[in-house]
Every structure is written in C-alpha cells, then in structure tokens.
Design a protein around this ligand. Structure first.
Ligand SMILES: [Zn+2]
Length: 486
C-alpha cells in the first residue's frame, strides 16, 4: 500500500491511480542551457525510485519528461531574456546547438545513474501547435489579456489560484514579492499573472513562430501543461518536480490547465527538496556546484552517487559532502562484495534454517514497508543492511548453505529492482572462468600436499590477475570477486 506525501493536500495519502493498474507520471525536465549538477540529478534519481516502486507493484507506468529548449525566461516574473537565447548569444551558437549539447550530457548522466529513460521526452520547440491551441482555449474562456510584451494569464480570474502553496492569492503575492521572485511589472494586472505567449523582439529570429497574437514564442509554464496533457490526458496521476517550482511554475500549470479544461489537473504532486553542499546552498562563488562527471573524475562510482542521492527522505534537504559520498562508496562496495560472496558459496546441501530465513524475510518485508511509506529510504536501507549483517554472521560461523545463499541473492535482487544499484551485474560477474576454476583446484591440491609456497603464489595470482579473493574455510575454500570499487 503505497503512501505519498501530496503537496496539494499537505498530507500523507494512500496512492490510488485514476485507471486501475495504470499510472501516468509527468516530470518537469531540464531547461537545456547549463551543465546539470548533482542537485538536479537528485530529483531524477528519487523520481526513478518512485517509478521503479510502481513498476514493482505491478502498475504499467507511462512516464513523460519534457525538455525545455525555448521559453524559459530568466526571472520568475517573466522578465528578461529567454535563458537559452541568452546562453546561445554568449556561446555564439544557435539555440538548437546549445540545447542539444546540454541535453546530451543530461542523457549521459541519467544513463550513468541508472535512471530508467522516460517513455516520452517531448521538446517544447516541437509542440508549439499544442501550446497555441491551449492558449486559444484560455482566450475563449476569457483568461487571456494583452500586455506590451506578450499575452498574459489573468490569475485573479482563477478561483483557486495558489492552491498548491496553501496560501490564498494575496498571501502568495506577498510571499513572492518578499522573496523578490516576482515584482510589479508595467502592464500586468496582477503580480502573479504570467506570460503565455511572448512577442518576438526585432532581432530575434531563431525559435520564433507565427501565432494568432503575432510572431513570438511560448512561455515556460504553458509548455508543461500542453505537453503533459497531450501525452497523459487532461487529468493524470502524479506530477513531479523540485520544491522550488511549487510557488510559481507548478502553481501556474494548475491554474492554466484547470482553467482550460474545467477539470482537476493532477491528483498527486510529488516534489523533491534541495541538495545542499557542506550545509549551504550550492553556489558558483563557493565553487560548490558539482556535476556527475566531477564526482566520477574523483574516483567515485556513479552507483555510489546514486546510493548517496537516495539516502535521505525526499521532502527534506540532503546534505552532500565528500565524506558522506565516501561512506556511500564504502557501503556500496560492501553490498557488492556481499553479492559476490553469496554467489561463490559452495557449501553443498539443501538445508534451509527456518528461523534464520524467517528473520531474513522479516527484514525484506521491512524494506518494502519503508519504501511504501513515502519512500522512507533511511529506514529501508537499514532493513537491507540488516539482511547483509545477519547473513554474514551465519556465513562466518560456517552454517550458511548454498540454498540459503541463493535465496538471499534473490531477495537482494528484488530489493535492487527498486534501488537500481546494478546488483545483478555483480552476480553475473562472479561466475568463474575455467582457467580460474583450474587454478583454485590446483591451489587446493598444493595446500593439501602442504606445499604452502605454491599455494600462496597461486592465491596471489588469482587475486592479481583474476580479482578473485579466496577465503579458506573448514569445508574447503570459498571465493568472491573483488568489487571494482573505490
Ligand atoms: Zn514543468
């Protein structure tokens, strides 16, 4: 029974899909004009966990995540340049080239972090027609007015404006002004009004389209409404994003979508909190903005970063430090070594100790119960570590049977279908080649013949050339492959 904290109701709610067995998810994707950093990647890793959990629970999931390649203006107040247009000018490239460059890096980072690719990744620039139609609909219903630089949405006409924030329109305006996110602007009827269609300036040529209101380009907010409703329907299950979008972007998405359709837009709003670095907001001046490749180039693995990014509760901030990442790397290496050790258990016999296996399956149940409770990862991970430590104890006392080990691997792989730490690769890689098998037998013979020098040299060879660690036990040697870790 999955429970999610819903920003809309500010409560933990039991998840119920609109259509039985199916879930539609929309994620606000990147605005492709800068290098994505690990703070951006946190929300996509957390959303990936949510998606994997839904798949694990038997739902057929349709996941849509847009790419903003036009229309995202520099400020929340809909003033200033298009972010991508500004970057293109700076880099002396076309907007298309800029968007492609950063999107490629983002896709590579998603791959590195083992994030399942969304089913649809619509680009804003390829859905202009859908956005124009949506604005026309809003215009027919009387929500649209013209200002100097574009067509605007009149937020005072939408009764529940700001519902996602828990504030009424007046309180929200006040809060935005105080946060300096939005100020008064000439020609705007209300502080919270936002641009649906921005008129082209004289020198703007690229990413400019004709429309009933003249040449120009769409606003950022209308993009997400048009593309989510196109692919998921006018009413869908889960909308994801960062908490920084609650007051403006997501609030505006709700207003324009519900104003156009007259129906509820989204049932569950799932927002992920920020990643801080060394306890502070990431910042250029503190040089505390790290990308995935920065982390990899320091020798950490992408899966250790994934494990770290998953380690907090999604509605709380998570603090990144290299010490914390090092801990995550050590934990991951430990998990990998465990899987390899379990795959190498040779002890024959079919015995299953009921009491032991019951304890293990209790811990597995605790893992799933914790993730179903609004993705409580700290608790879920501690349940998984208890499976590992209980099993290691049994293994060290020489009691673990092959059958038990096989069963535990199955449980760990089931857990990993949600965590996505690529544990199955550890299992596959732990299979031995024939030459390694022969060496292990040769060494065993040498050991029995008390030729310890030869036995030791074969043992070194196995470690250095095959990465195989031998552990001598009463019933014969066990082995595992060294994890390619830190
Ligand atoms: Zn969006």
């Amino acid at each position: 029974m999955l429970k999610l904290f819903n920003t809309l109701t500010r409560r933990l709610e039991l998840f119920k899909p609109i259509n039985e067995g199916k879930v539609g998810i929309y994620s606000c994707g990147i605005t492709a004009y800068y290098l994505p950093h690990i703070g951006n990647m946190r929300q996509y890793v957390v959303q990936d966990l949510l998606k994997r959990l839904l798949i694990h629970n038997g739902y057929s999931v349709k996941h849509v995540q847009n790419v903003t390649d036009v229309g995202h203006l520099v400020s929340d107040a809909d003033t200033g340049d298009d972010k991508l247009r500004a970057e293109a000018k700076k880099e002396q490239k076309s907007m298309k080239e800029v968007a492609e460059f950063y999107l490629n890096i983002f896709m590579k980072d998603m791959d590195e972090l083992n994030i399942i690719k969304p089913d649809v990744m619509p680009k804003a620039s390829e859905h202009i027609e859908d956005m124009i139609n949506l604005i026309k609909e809003l215009e027919n219903k009387g929500y649209v007015y013209k200002a100097d630089d574009g067509m605007y949405f009149d937020t005072s006409l939408f009764r529940d404006y700001g519902m996602l924030t828990g504030m009424d329109a007046k309180e929200l305006s006040q809060s935005l002004m105080e946060g300096a996110r939005i100020g008064k602007k000439e020609g705007k009827r209300n502080i919270t009004d936002f641009c649906l269609w921005r008129f082209a300036h004289g020198d703007e040529k690229e990413m400019i389209w004709g429309s009933p209101w003249g040449k120009g380009f769409p606003g950022w907010h209308i993009e997400c409404s048009a593309m989510s409703m196109k692919y998921l329907g006018e009413h869908f299950d889960i909308h994801c994003g960062g908490i920084d979008h609650i007051q403006v972007h997501h609030t505006n998405e709700i207003a324009q979508s519900e104003a156009a359709t007259g129906e509820k837009f989204v049932n569950y709003w799932f927002e992920t909190n920020f990643l801080t670095v060394n306890g502070a907001k990431m910042s250029k001046s503190l040089r505390s903005i790290y990308t995935v490749s920065d982390v990899l180039s320091k020798g950490y693995t992408a899966m250790a970063l994934r494990l770290f990014l998953l380690s907090g509760k999604h509605e709380q901030t998570l603090n990144f430090t290299f010490d914390a990442l090092k801990d995550a790397q050590n934990s991951l290496d430990g998990i990998y070594a465990f899987i390899r050790r379990m795959s190498g258990i040779k002890r024959s016999g079919d015995e299953i100790n009921e009491v032991f296996m019951r304890e293990i399956s209790e811990s597995a149940k605790s893992f799933f119960a914790a993730v179903e409770e609004d993705l409580n990862l700290p608790e879920a991970l501690s349940a998984m570590y208890s499976i590992i430590s209980k099993t290691n104890q049994r293994h060290e006392s020489g009691k673990l049977s092959k059958k038990e080990a096989d069963h535990i691997i199955e449980i760990m792989l089931d857990i990993d279908s949600i965590l996505g730490l690529r544990l199955s690769i550890q299992k596959e890689e732990s299979a031995l080649s024939d030459s390694a098998k022969n060496l292990i037998e040769e060494r065993e013979a040498a050991r029995k013949a008390k030729d310890f020098e030869k036995a030791d040299s074969i043992r070194d060879k196995l470690l250095n050339e095959y990465g195989i660690v031998l552990e001598d036990a009463e019933e014969g040697p066990t082995w595992h492959k060294k994890a390619k870790g830190f």
